[in-house]
Design a protein around this ligand. Sequence first.
Ligand code: MN
Length: 285
Amino acid sequence: MRLCRFDNDRLGFVEGDAVRDVTAALDILPRHAYPLPRHDPLIANLTALRPRIESLLDSAPRRPLAGVRLLSPVANPGKILAAPVNYRKHLEEARGDPGIHHQKQVAEIQKIGLFLKATSSLVGPAEGVALRHLERRNDHEIELAAVIGKSGRDVPRARAFEHIAAYCIGLDMTVRGPEERSLRKSVDSFTVLGPWLVTADAIGDPSALDLRLAVNGEVRQQANTRDLILGIAELIEFATSFYTVHPGDVLLTGTPEGVGPVQPGDRLVADIQGIGSMEVAVRAA
Ligand code: MN
């Protein structure tokens, strides 16, 4: 099942190049009072939502996908986990380019672990990326994003996939410089998720998906998730040895080689096999 959030927070069932408006399914979500839960209510209730969505399909209004504004398919992630330098060739590229490493030692992911991005950096493809530090290098990073569906702590890798609800495309936008990753990658709009969620049952094998990112039609990044240094299951085992994950938490699995600068006016097209394609405009903030 492919689910999107569009326009003014409507829920869409994606079907080819159309979207069926199944917002009425959200009526079954629990109403939360203060203090709010740490999870995303839609993701936490996805199992109950699915039959409700299916029952609405026949009568749901159908609209062309091209005519809707796609928002982040996860509205309220409790945290955004991200894997640094998790493809071998990107590690070599980062070590070889002063514009990326900024005189810092680029260590293997096994040594430096994961980092967190601010949830305020999250946008959907229709909102685009707004650059704030135009005098510095701002890079694109395409990544497979896994959305946690079930809470877990100390999850062994053999059970990691039980904790994943869905996948989508992620852009981990980055301003290069000497500061900590979590700061440089948390600029408003520097986490793009989209174009929709593909539920885990519909994705096939997430450890063998082609990824591709083009800037103004020129392919810059092209790889396959089989080249991940730490695979998705190992990343979840690693992450949950430090903290509990909750439904709606997003795991950005790392970017392959080919990262490079973007400028206001650029158009990024990110594709991941089994998910689809999303187009994202870059502008000055
Ligand atoms: Mn990244």
